[in-house]
Ligand binder design. Sequence first.
Ligand code: KIV
Length: 273
Amino acid sequence: MSIKPDPQRITAADIGKRKGGTPIVALTAYHAHTAAILDRAVDFILVGDSLGMVMHGFSTTIPVTLDMMILQAQAVIRGARRALVVVDMPFGSYEEGPAQAFRSAARVMKETGCGAIKLEGGARMAETIRFLVERGVPVMGHVGLTPQAVNVLGGFRVQGRDEARADAIVADAKAVAEAGAFAMVLEGVVEPLAKRITAEVPVPVIGIGASADCDGQILVLEDMLGLSPDVPKFVRRYGSLADHIAEAVDAYAADVRERRFPDADHVYKPKAS
Ligand code: KIV
């Protein structure tokens, strides 16, 4: 028999049972050290394809590849021991159909050890979600503003302002839940729509830019820490990391230029002969 998996690790099924309960806490992470810090406080960590913007400086998530996701997810899994780790399926790795999605998701699960994957899209992805779940892949949905569709949506725009679009997003959310997703991210929608979807779908709805009516909240870590240069309006900042880094780097540069080398007190001595 194999060694039992870490009993502390939160599972997709645990998150799925939290509908209407204590709000679910989630953040993104892309590397081991931040994942290790978040692990104490969050229920799940999303290795989001937002890493394309945050780590690589792209303006959208479109260029992100499966290899990039797998590499960063491996780092996050090494850092986090308790939180569920969910990995985003990047653009182009699942949209062709269920078979392509399963191949990509199986690779992500085998190579990272994550507990679930996330994919974007509503009713049009229902068949794929069902296919994955029936074959052992826990799926988190993502509806509303779906950043991988930015070129079709015409920008990162709040969704659901008019009734027809709002109804379509409700139908998307229901289709994702009916297909077997254990939870879903609801991004960038107007407040009454977030409230309606959270009330009408039976699985936890994790909001981002979607009001306080959801079953939980997710933010991009670097946004809430004050590290990202461009932060969406709805993000509350809990830190000013960019300022701290700039101050520290300035202090270091000044020390070195004035020969106050930081390792001067710790020079290695030759062995006494
Ligand atoms: O990629 C990401 O970070 C996400 C969150 C914004 C939910 O999908």
